[in-house]
Design a protein around this ligand. Sequence first.
Ligand SMILES: *Cc1c(COP(=O)(O)O)cnc(C)c1O
Length: 437
Amino acid sequence: MPAPFLLDRSLASVWHPCTQMKEHEQFPLVPIVRGEGPWLIDADGRRLLDGISSWWVNLFGHCNPRINAALREQLDTLEHAMLAGFTHEPVVELSERLAALTGHRLGHAFYASDGASATEIALKMAAHYWRNLGRADKTGFVSLAGSYHGETVGALAVTDVAIFRDAYAPLVRAGHTVPCPDARSASEGESATDVARRAAAALEAHLEQHHATTAALIVEPLVQGASGMVMYDPEYLRLARALCDRYEVLLVADEIAVGCGRTGTFFACEQAGIWPDLLCLSKGISGGYLPLSLVLSTDTLYQAFYADTASRAFLHSHSYTGNPLACRAALATLDIFAEDDVLKTNRARSALLGRLLDERFGAHARARHLRRRGMIAAFDVPYTQPDFPRRFFAAGMEHGVLLRPIGNTVYFMPPYVVDADQLTQLADGALAALEKA
Ligand SMILES: *Cc1c(COP(=O)(O)O)cnc(C)c1O
């Protein structure tokens, strides 16, 4: 099917996500026909370097031979079985291996498909936990300014991104937001750690007043993705953990974007030396292959649901919970982490990306706040037009790189298979795009 027809058919029949469809009257969709390592290949044979891991999900490249092989084998063995009353090897092995990765601090895994569902589960579990303990008043949630935890109606309660929330505000039982420890907000002479302490003091003031009605604090550890790769000091997580303990509030770590090695450690929380009570994973956990999300919980939390009565149980389910194919993709992904010492090779990749960006944008008149944590890097472009993201994207595409700024923030989140040449192309493409956008 020639590409133009595919585009017309797509516009006629597919309602594309996060898109004002009318804008596609002027800006064509990009028909992707094949994936290969860090490349997406379009219908004209054009190769695009996937600088954002296809919306942050891809870890080891497209059509990774090892994940493909694992999936083929699983496909001929068991494609799906319900998980209520039944179990299977892939879900058990995945749960055991994830528990081991947390040092068995988070020993129970509850499964869903998308990130937002994991947020829903964590929020429901947190409130239900307190209810089971006889403290049914603890139903409130606290999140950071600029937080993003998904876009379903429940998750919007803790998502502080106006464009996603405003139209649905009447449907949402909004939680409280507390200041974000955004390192960019440091005033003269203040360090990122000082900013973290200042934000933690605000959290403390909030919890002091509201702890009796607060079930949980939910955070994106170290990097707030959707609000523009906002980075903050691990000290905030240490202080937040201590405050949650002191005020009897659960800590939920939404590692949907930052987990699976994105920030340099497998879990971002490791860099603060803390563990949450609930941890959400999705996106990269299946290598970017299949929708899979999960919530890891402590034994303490799990035990509060373990009883003789159904009403104390966590009565929540999704049809595809624990899907064997998705779990198998996740196991193949964890195999690659173990066999290739990925976190170590990523340290070199991240350092190189840092050097390349520093050379081009460190002193660039249109780049501010160049920042990096693990395999995420970003800078801000002051004084842009509202259509800057689209212009930058289009200019990047002309240079064979796929980059989609968030507002005036240009960011890089490449898959963990990019080599030095590809990282250089990404940095050069961004520089060329910035000149044009
Ligand atoms: C993407 C994301 C989600 C939502 O995941 P979906 O699969 O898109 O529903 C939640 N939290 C964070 C931090 C995310 O980046």
